[in-house]
Design a protein around this ligand. Structure first.
Ligand code: FES
Length: 129
């Protein structure tokens, strides 16, 4: 029921782990299935220099996190914010309909990590004045 590419990302997830000194962290959970996803980002000159994730979840959730991390790596923050659940699912050559909600988590967690970083930047700038 899963595409080959989903199975590949599930069996060999890219960029798993934690960034200890992350610039931004985004955590999301799905109350329905109980799955959890955390994204960590390192930002350099407005670009995602490193992206890592930890996911406790279903096959689709793990494949989605892995794909999102690959799609986001090296992108500017603005570009990365444009990664939508639909784009992720397309890159994975589709997800079963009842698994589509899993792809929302990946994009949401990444966006949260970027917003976390941006929030900290704004605070730091505010503090300088
Ligand atoms: Fe929960 Fe997939 S079933 S994220």
């Amino acid at each position: 029921m899963y595409s080959e590419i989903v199975m590949d990302h599930f069996n060999n997830p890219r960029n798993t782990g934690v960034i200890e000194d992350a610039d931004g962290i985004g955590e999301v959970g799905n109350p329905v299935c109980g799955d959890m996803m955390t994204f960590y980002i390192k930002v350099e000159d407005n670009r995602l220099e490193d992206v890592k994730f930890q996911t406790f979840g279903c096959v689709a959730a793990i494949a989605v996190s892995s794909m999102v991390s690959e799609m986001a790596m090296g992108k500017t923050l603005e570009e990365a914010l444009k990664i939508t659940p639909r784009l992720v699912a397309e890159k994975l050559e589709g997800l079963p309909k009842n698994k589509f909600h899993c792809s929302n988590l990946g994009a949401q967690a990444l966006q949260k990590a970027i917003k976390d970083y941006q929030g900290k930047q704004n605070k730091a700038e505010g503090g300088k004045k």
